[in-house]
Design a protein around this ligand. Structure first.
Ligand SMILES: [Zn+2]
Ligand SMILES: [Zn+2]
Length: 113
């Protein structure tokens, strides 16, 4: 595993609907629940049609922006996190590499460009 994608700490900010990951290199990433749910890497979500307007969940209701929540986080080995979502979905496995690449902060977005 690359040093970059090694998390020191992670927590949920329920008030702001954020997952906050602090990495061992000192960087901090803040992911909105909406965005995380949208990029769910599981097979079901990746083969679902592109959502229009809302987050279309294959077997569940359409969830509007700001409504989705993470109700539980479970570590998957040492390399990933699994989330249980308020819409009942829980099959996505988010590797730390994936999360690090996903970091929405300006520095990372510019670096990725
Ligand atoms: Zn999924
Ligand atoms: Zn970043």
């Amino acid at each position: 595993m690359r040093f970059k994608a090694d998390p020191a700490d992670y927590r949920l900010d329920e008030a702001q609907h954020l997952l906050v990951v602090r990495w061992r290199d000192g960087h901090e990433s803040r992911y909105s629940f909406d965005d995380l749910r949208k990029v769910c890497p599981c097979a079901d979500c990746r083969t679902a049609e592109e959502p229009r307007g809302g987050l279309q969940v294959l077997t569940g209701p359409v969830v509007r922006r700001g409504e989705i929540r993470i109700v539980a986080i479970s570590p998957v080995g040492r390399y990933a996190l699994g989330f249980r979502w308020s819409d009942g979905h829980s099959t996505g496995i988010y590797s730390f590499d994936f999360l690090r690449e996903l970091c929405p902060c300006e520095a990372c977005r510019l670096g990725a460009g």
